[in-house]
Design a protein around this ligand. Structure first.
Ligand code: ASP
Length: 585
């Protein structure tokens, strides 16, 4: 028998028991005639003691142990001399009288402890070693539990989990497709699903009125902290529903996860905010509502005073950072550098210190007197001791730069507590976005999203003004999910494709199957999909989704452990009737 207990299980009440444990040697140290070993498995760590004076043979054997050796031991649980309250097993230790080395290990390339000395690439290359570390094991445990809770909740609500295929045709979610050549159908390609969108709609037409799936989706786009080329969605769809039926159902799912996973009860309904309000007040369609610091548009107040930066700006707005009037010149300069970073894109920053003594000190004292600055401070709800930070320029760019500045200040002021959850539904997104480059509209969500019923009449006159019957769930500034009520009428869907610049033939070629299905009794339907990795990472308190995924890709989309993507053999290319036009470097 390899074990009677796990390495995280033994407590003071086990003192006197004879036990067998198996696991990995995290650390081995010799102190005089005694050796101590930290034995680890995914349940925890137990301290082993080898006493030379009691069992010299075993103690000698223990001296050969190196890090990550796999061993099995039998011994007696005793009270620990120097107790460790940080460890769940810290009250006991085991005096070993039998040791079996099950497997040796080479010295691992980094320390396998909570805080490792291994850099990112190294840990990715030896991901199986990285995954032995407790923070990752906790994240995967959390992921597993969340998956179970999602399934339990949705099952109890009458949802079926139904799998949909991976080898499909393009589903437009705004990214590039990963394509897979078909050997049996020469010169033809499958696309991996960017989401199961069209299939879940077909399932509604097929009468499965509550569907969900925890499913992989594939999008070929540039990677960021919250993106992976393959990621997991909790994908859901319901028939015979209006928007609020969906919001209620999935708000309850979110509340269930808050409660069952984080022990947090959210009272009342999640707030709803129109997209336009989110942009005006937060400069962002996924506002972090854990704190205020809303935008204040002062364009009208500042124009025409001879300050060319403001005079030439389409939009001038500011935020009030509480209590920061004490910022030094150096700290303000750093903020100016921050907003000027290319990824933030502001040209400069105007500050106003609302001093404790009622005076004002700003970077634009030459152009605006104290009364004018006082009026801004009042508009921004500032108190003595606060700091106003103002950006100016093109409206959309300035809003997005100010949004970054707001988040930076929120973080500096400690307003983004990871244990507070502030959920929000963002609703009423525009249906279409005008793309200057291609000179045509793009669907802001996807082409199957229905316009709001009251906006339908704008389709022929002013399509850019239509709002979508779409919604996003945002928690703490993270877009956790989004969805919409769908178009279920073939003529409206055809109109939508036309507005998006598809010719009749292109629409037929790509989505004929769906349009056809709409001819056979499509019920009203809608749905939502949640980014499962993101949700786990939010609950884990991680900044990146990477460590919520057992085997993720790096920033270049590579799996450096298995070395993929990689070349394929010429025979394979031949079989697929493919030839490479650029030689491999
Ligand atoms: N398919 C959509 C997405 O992946 C979600 C939805 O509309 O249900 O974003």
């Amino acid at each position: 028998m390899y074990r009677t207990h796990t390495c995280g299980e033994l407590r003071a009440e086990n003192i006197g028991n004879s036990v067998t444990l198996s696991g990995w040697v995290q650390k081995a140290r010799v102190l005089g005639g005694m050796s101590f070993v930290d034995l680890r498995d995914r349940y925890g760590i137990t301290q082993l003691v080898f006493d030379d004076s009691k069992n010299a043979d075993v103690a000698k054997q223990a001296q050969e142990l190196g890090r990550e050796f796999v061993i099995s031991i039998t011994g007696e649980v005793i009270e620990r001399q120097s107790k460790n309250s940080k460890m769940s097993t810290g009250d006991i230790e085991i005096v070993v009288d039998k040791l079996t080395i099950l497997n040796k290990s080479e010295i691992p390339p980094f320390t396998i402890e909570d805080n490792t000395d291994g850099g990112d690439e190294l840990r990715m290359k030896y991901r199986y070693l990285d995954l032995r570390r407790a923070p990752l094991q906790k994240a995967l445990e959390l992921r597993h539990k969340m998956g179970i809770e999602v399934r339990t909740f949705l099952h109890n609500q009458g949802f079926y989990e139904i799998e949909t295929p991976y080898l499909i045709k393009s589903t437009p979610e705004g990214a590039r497709d990963f394509v897979v050549p078909s050997r049996m159908n020469s010169n033809q390609f499958y696309a991996l699903p960017q989401s199961p969108q069209t299939f879940k709609q077909l399932l509604m037409i097929a009468g499965y009125d509550k569907y969900f799936q925890i499913v992989k989706c594939f999008r070929d786009e540039d990677l960021r902290a919250d993106r992976q080329p393959e990621f997991t969605q909790i994908d859901c769809e319901m028939a015979f529903v209006e928007r609020d039926d969906i919001l209620n159902m999935f708000e309850n799912l979110a509340k269930h996860l808050f409660k069952s996973i984080k022990g947090f009860s959210y009272d009342g309904d999640f707030p709803k905010m129109a997209y336009s309000q989110a942009i005006e007040q937060y400069g962002n369609d996924k506002p972090d509502t854990r704190f205020g610091m809303l935008f204040n548009d002062i364009t009208e107040m500042v124009h025409g005073k001879g300050f060319v930066v403001f005079d030439s700006a389409e939009y001038v707005a500011g935020i009030c950072a509480e209590g920061l009037a004490s910022y030094s010149r150096k700290e303000l300069d750093k903020l100016i550098d921050f907003v000027k970073k290319p990824q933030i894109g502001a040209k400069g920053l105007v500050y106003v210190k609302v001093n404790e003594d009622g005076t004002f000190k700003s970077s634009v004292d030459k152009f605006f007197d104290a009364n004018e600055q006082k009026a801004w401070a009042e508009k921004m709800g500032a108190k003595p001791g606060d700091l106003l930070l103002i950006l100016a320029g093109n409206k959309r760019q300035t809003q997005s730069a100010l949004s970054e500045l707001r988040l930076e200040m929120g973080s500096r002021l400690g307003l983004m507590d990871k244990n507070t959850y502030s959920p929000l539904w963002v609703v009423d997104f525009p249906l279409l976005e005008w793309d200057e480059k291609s000179g045509r509209f793009h669907a802001m969500h996807h082409p199957f999203t229905s316009p709001k019923p009251e906006d339908l009449q704008l389709f022929d006159t002013d399509p850019g003004k239509m709002n979508a019957n779409a919604y996003d769930l945002v928690i703490n500034g993270v877009e956790i999910g989004g969805g919409s009520i769908r178009i279920h009428d073939k003529d409206l869907q055809a109109k939508m494709f036309k507005a998006l610049g598809f010719s009749k033939e292109e629409a037929e070629e790509q989505f004929g199957f769906l349009m056809n299905a709409f001819k056979y009794g499509a019920p009203p339907h809608g749905g939502v999909a949640f980014g499962f990795d993101r949700w786990v990472s939010l609950f884990a308190g991680f900044d990146s989704i990477r460590d919520t995924i057992a085997f993720p890709k790096n920033n270049s989309g590579r799996d450096v452990m298995i070395d993929s993507p990689s070349n394929i053999a010429p025979e394979q290319l031949n079989e697929l009737n493919l030839s490479l036009t650029k030689p491999t470097e």
